[in-house]
Structure formats: structure tokens, C-alpha cells
Design a binder for this molecule. Structure first.
Ligand SMILES: Nc1ncnc2c1ncn2[C@@H]1O[C@H](COP(=O)(O)OP(=O)(O)OP(=O)(O)O)[C@@H](O)[C@H]1O
Length: 300
């Protein structure tokens, strides 16, 4: 059974149709990169996955059952802007969510249980390369370190699904490369299913096992809110779902970076795709002959 199944999903805000005709299924362990023009509904889609927004129409199924309408431990999220607590140390931030779920009312635990949580938090910080900064406060960290902290926080709850909303968008290119290796590692190690919004098409191609393009199929110039975006391209990429790769993703990614060229057949053949207008205001991706060959167009 698919992990996630969407049947004729629509999302409206008042008279504005933001998303429509979403019909798609996702298997456990996939890494779905999501691209699309600004304002086309990518974050709204992620919020429906998280449970902070509900679909206006259609069925949104997780493990074959309607998805819970409020966030739960199965789904972790990292936003572009650092979402950490400034008054807590690095380790305090990572321990917090676990402390709250263990001691719901006071949010504090003591003794052996606290020690256990601390050990888990230290192990998680080690995985994201932040153990040596455990006693620092967020303002003492670089942007990349703050995003590592946000990842550690999200993973502490052992989610099955990780939602990333432009997680590396505010980082310098060198730091972004490091974060790409890290997220690949975490994806494989924790066997996560990841949905990542990005405005960087190259990033989407190199990290994902699948790439979705959100765009409007129907336009009414007189009433721009009348139609919403759908998934116009659903492109399978070379990477295997987490836990099924023969090469570790980290290795294959490092190889790509050492070669300093992207091995994606699409980007390799056509670097211009990097400048695709799909990332700007007026996506016309269906004009691309390269994508035309490989993409499975789901929306009609
Ligand atoms: N809570 C809300 N109430 C009303 N309209 C909303 C709400 N949230 C989003 N919208 C509208 O829905 C549309 C899609 O917004 P969304 O943030 O999902 O786009 P996006 O593709 O993530 O954009 P970007 O790439 O710029 O972040 C926008 O027109 C936005 O104004």
C-alpha cells in the first residue's frame, strides 16, 4: 500500500482555488522535490501534509486512512527561517520537544528519563555535526548550524515523514553543499520519506528520487483565482528510495560534487534548464523538449 495517496484533492481559500486535481501516490522512502512558481501553492500543500491545513475537497490518505488534521510525531518539519528557541541552548532545543511529550503539562522531566533524553539528543546532535556546539545559544550559531539544529529537532521525534520548506534557501552555496550531503545521509539513515520545496531546480534534481512541478494547467486572465495549480510533471529520478539504494546516497552525491557537474541526465544535457522559467513568474515547462520526453504528465 502507498504511504500517501491523494485523490482529487483541491484547496481553496475563499474564492481562490489554490490547488486542484491532485492525484498522486507516494511510497515509503521516496524523496520528493517540489518546484513551481512563487505563490502556486507549494507551502499550502506541505501544510496539508503536516496537518495544519485541510483539503477543501478530495481524499488525503496516509496508510490508507484519512490524514490526521493536526500535526503529530509522524511528521517533522523544517522551514527556511530558523525555527529554534533563542533562549534555549542547542541541546535544550533538541531536548524540548521530547520533554514536552513526556511531561505534557510541565514540560520538564527529571532523573533517569531526563538523562535518557539528553543522551538521545546528544546522539542526534552528533549526527548533524553539532555536538561540540551543544551548550551554545542559537544566536551564537551560523545559519547553516541553525538549520542543522532545526533538523536535529525535527528528527528527535523520529518522524516517518520529513517536510522541508526551502530549508537551504537562506544559506551560502558552500554551506548548502554540506547540507545536501547531510540531508542525503539522514534520509538514508532514518529511512525517511521526504518532501522538499526548493526554488533551486538543480538541488531538486540532485537530491530527490522524484521531482514534482506545480503549475496551473488552466488559466482565466479575467479571473486568475478561478483555477489552481496541479502537479503538471512527475519526474522519476535515478536515486532509489531510502533503504533501497545499493550505493549510499552520500557517496553518489559526493561523487557528483567532486566532478563538479550534475549527473542528472536532464541537467547534464541541458544546463539551460537551470534557468527554466518555472522558477520564475511564468512557468512554461511543457515547452521543454527534454522534460517532454521523460516526464509523466499526470494532470489533464
Ligand atoms: N492562510 C491563507 N489564507 C488565504 N490565502 C492564503 C493562505 N495561505 C496561502 N494563501 C494563498 O495561497 C496561495 C499559495 O500560497 P503558498 O504559500 O502555498 O505558495 P508557494 O507556492 O509556497 O509560494 P512561495 O514559493 O512564494 O513560497 C497564495 O496566493 C497565497 O496568498
Amino acid at each position: 500500500m502507498a504511504l500517501l495517496e491523494l485523490k482529487n484533492i483541491e484547496k481553496h481559500y475563499g474564492d481562490q482555488v489554490v490547488l486542484e486535481r491532485l492525484n498522486v501516490s507516494v511510497e515509503e522512502g521516496e524523496f520528493v522535490s517540489i518546484v513551481g512558481a512563487s505563490g502556486c501553492g507549494k507551502t499550502t500543500f506541505l501544510k496539508m501534509l503536516l496537518g495544519t491545513e485541510s483539503a477543501t475537497k478530495g481524499q488525503f490518505l496516509l496508510d490508507g486512512k484519512p490524514i490526521s488534521q493536526e500535526p503529530d510525531a509522524q511528521r517533522g518539519v523544517v522551514f527556511q527561517r530558523y525555527s529554534v528557541f533563542p533562549h534555549l541552548t542547542v541541546i535544550g532545543n533538541v531536548m524540548l520537544a521530547e520533554e514536552f511529550s513526556t511531561a505534557r503539562w510541565l514540560g520538564r522531566v527529571w532523573g533517569k528519563k531526563r538523562q535518557e533524553i539528553r543522551e538521545r539528543a546528544r546522539a542526534m546532535l552528533d549526527q548533524v555535526g553539532l555536538l561540540s556546539a551543544q551548550n551554545k545559544y542559537p544566536h551564537q550559531l551560523s545559519g547553516g548550524m541553525q538549520q542543522r539544529l532545526a533538523l536535529a529537532q525535527a528528527l528527535m521525534k523520529q518522524p516517518r515523514i520529513l517536510l522541508l520548506d526551502e530549508p537551504f534557501g537562506a544559506l551560502d552555496p558552500g554551506i548548502r553543499n554540506e547540507m545536501h550531503l547531510l540531508i542525503s545521509n539522514l534520509w538514508e539513515r532514518h529511512r525517511l520519506t521526504i518532501f522538499m520545496i526548493t526554488h533551486d531546480l538543480k538541488e531538486g534534481f540532485s537530491l530527490g528520487s522524484r521531482l514534482w512541478v506545480f503549475d496551473k494547467v488552466r488559466h482565466d486572465p479575467q479571473a486568475p483565482d478561478r483555477w489552481g495549480a496541479s502537479i503538471t510533471y512527475d519526474i522519476p529520478l535515478d536515486r532509489q528510495p531510502a533503504g533501497k539504494a545499493t550505493l549510499t546516497p552520500t557517496l553518489s552525491l559526493r561523487e557528483r560534487e567532486n566532478n563538479d557537474t550534475d549527473q542528472s541526465p536532464l541537467l547534464g544535457e541541458s544546463p539551460e534548464l537551470d534557468q527554466s522559467p518555472l522558477l520564475g513568474e511564468s512557468p512554461e515547462l511543457d515547452q521543454s523538449p527534454l522534460l517532454g520526453e521523460r516526464a509523466r504528465v499526470r494532470a489533464s
